[in-house]
Design a protein around this ligand. Structure first.
Ligand code: ELE
Length: 206
């Protein structure tokens, strides 16, 4: 099973901030605040027009490992690669995206919500998955049940996780990290608040 480095990225911090960025000017101060707080792995969702330029800008911040999220198809994968993304995350897994991502060799964290999704990923040679949407796909009992038949698979649960609930997820054996948007609240950029939230999240490792 080849993981193309995603497993190592998943161990760099207990929480991957899921970032929705509207203003490219915010990218560097946002990334600096997250890294200063101890969260080095940054997922910039390709949901906004500013996202690709934000990835380019954030990569200049020392210590930051910057990836693209919400990668839905091979065209978005190409955009993410062209912007210099160091890993990619998708909410689900399709043949077209999976094949293109594996062929590119980039560390890839596809979303799975059930056993069939995991089996499809394993067939592609993948071994690390985002469990999404974690809270509403059965929560911790569902992930525990999924982990049974898939020994050795790593998970990053994401979706509906907060600072309060993250420790329960991080305590599970196959969970390397969790993803969440709570570290970068919507609204005007507040680097002091982001750094404080990042520090709190970075301390969650069990
Ligand atoms: O955009 C994507 O690719 C996604 O898969 C969705 C995000 O990971 C979740 O929206 C984060 O969930 P919250 O922490 O509950 O806000």
């Amino acid at each position: 099973m080849s993981d193309s480095g995603i497993e190592q990225i998943m161990t760099l911090a207990p929480v991957i901030p899921v970032i929705v960025i509207d203003r490219v000017e915010d990218a560097v101060p946002m990334a600096e605040a997250l890294v200063a707080g101890g969260l080095r792995v940054l997922e910039v969702t390709l949901r906004t027009p500013a996202a690709l330029d934000a990835i380019r800008a954030m990569k200049r911040v020392p210590g930051a490992v910057v990836g693209a999220g919400t990668v839905l198809n091979p065209r978005m994968l190409k955009d993410a690669l062209d912007a210099g993304s160091e890993f990619i995350v998708s909410p689900g897994l399709t043949d077209s995206l999976g094949e293109a991502a594996v062929a590119s060799g980039i560390p890839f964290l596809p979303g799975v919500a059930n056993a069939s999704n995991v089996m499809m990923g394993l067939d592609m040679g993948l071994g690390s998955f985002k469990f999404f949407p974690a809270a509403t796909s059965g929560g911790i009992p569902a992930l525990k049940a999924l982990a049974g038949p898939f020994g050795g698979v790593n998970f990053c649960p994401t979706g509906g996780i907060s600072a309060a609930t993250a420790p329960e997820w991080l305590a599970l054996e196959p969970v390397r990290c969790v993803g969440g948007s709570w570290v970068v609240p919507a609204g005007p950029l507040d680097p002091v608040r982001i750094e404080a939230l990042a520090k709190e999240a970075a301390a969650l490792r069990t």
